[in-house]
Ligand binder design. Structure first.
Ligand code: PMV
Length: 348
């Protein structure tokens, strides 16, 4: 008997790249490998209801509800996603889907919800696939969920598992692939356990440059090939750092990656400055504090003005104090999110 109707639910986290993905080829293939921390608090919860359709099944049939309200704005992105993944999920047109989705972080926070949102949806669709094919094992399930999520938003493929994930083929990372993210299974020093990421919301507005536009700017970028080669070397360097627990090296590599990402945008044509004055104020304060105290606080950035402040658990008390007394003042309406390294998506 065919699967008629039902509901599946997943929550899936956001992630923050330490070595950045910036630049892609056809079919969401990354130009360079990247590695990220999976987050814990910033996540999307998605409920997918499926109903077997009758009659002719031309086109996809779905409705989207975002935070309880019918949402038309997300439909084109999901339609594109469905088109890309149809070949890998042949049941897609046989069902009408109702997608109910909500984020744990405020919608207009400048935090990209594409990684958590696309991975949550990919996982829900995999649950339907699993109901149709109960013999699928967990390894295959996760790998295919990541593969599908990648086709929604590249970085989303790094949100299925935790706590560290590599996406993009790299000689020194066993099992790594351009097609999906893999859990980082090499040695990780305990200092990275419970690592903190406090996200300072400097600018909660719409992204100035969509990541699609940003990735495309790497196509004719004069420094592109050097950047891609550098990322490969940075993965190797990060591997050594993660194993040894060298926090100074960690911070230097992570901050350099963030500034390189922004440098790529400043040196593309057209060019963009995605940092705001308060982004720079925060960076300078972090550098001053680090020089003064020797504590291991560092930052990274995504393609926007918000600052991710990363630090180890055993220094959290003093660094939290510093964040509260000196950095929060630069946040829009004083808003920030305390997050931590997390362990990946969960079925609800
Ligand atoms: O997943 P996309 O296409 O939105 O690209 C995101 C790229 C960065 O967040 C800037 C870097 C990264 O590796 O996550």
């Amino acid at each position: 008997t065919p699967l008629k109707n039902g509901t599946v639910s997943w929550e899936s986290p956001s992630n923050i790249a330490l070595v950045k993905y910036w630049g892609k080829k056809q079919n969401q293939i990354p130009e360079n490998p990247s590695i990220s921390f999976t987050l814990e608090a910033c996540k999307t919860e998605t409920q997918l209801t499926y109903e077997l359709r009758s009659g002719n099944q031309e086109g996809f049939s779905f409705d989207v509800f975002f935070e309880g309200e019918k949402n038309e704005a997300f439909k084109p992105k999901i339609e594109t996603f469905f088109k890309r993944i149809e070949a890998f999920l042949p049941f897609l047109k046989q069902y009408h889907f109702t997608i109910n989705t909500a984020n744990t972080f405020p919608h207009s926070s400048g935090i990209a919800s594409s990684a958590s949102g696309m991975s949550a949806l990919a996982l829900c669709l995999m649950s339907v696939e699993k109901l149709l094919n109960p013999e699928l094992n967990t390894a295959y399930f996760n790998q295919k969920a990541s593969f599908l999520a990648r086709l929604g938003s590249g970085s989303a493929c790094r949100s299925i598992e935790g706590d560290l994930v590599v996406w993009g083929a790299h000689e020194e990372i066993t099992g790594s692939s351009d097609l999906f993210g893999v859990k980082y299974n090499d040695l990780v020093h305990p200092v990275f356990k419970n690592y903190h990421d406090t996200i300072l919301l400097v600018d909660k507005g719409e992204k100035q440059v969509s990541s699609t536009v940003g990735h495309n700017l790497m196509h004719k970028h004069p420094f592109a090939q050097n950047r891609f080669d550098q990322a490969v070397e940075h993965i190797t360097a990060m591997k050594t750092i993660l194993a040894s627990g060298d926090l100074k090296g960690f911070i230097a590599l992570m901050e350099s990656e963030a500034l390189t990402l922004h440098a790529m945008m400043m040196t593309s044509m057209p060019y963009f400055i995605l940092m705001k004055p308060n982004t720079l104020e925060i960076i300078n304060k972090i550098w001053e504090f680090r020089a003064k105290t020797g504590l291991h606080v560092g930052f990274t950035l995504d393609a926007g003005a918000n600052v991710h402040v990363l630090f180890p658990e055993n220094e959290a008390e003093k660094i939290n104090e510093f964040i509260n007394s000196e950095l929060v003042a630069y946040c829009q309406n004083g808003h920030y999110i305390c997050d931590k390294i997390g362990f990946g998506a969960k079925q609800l």
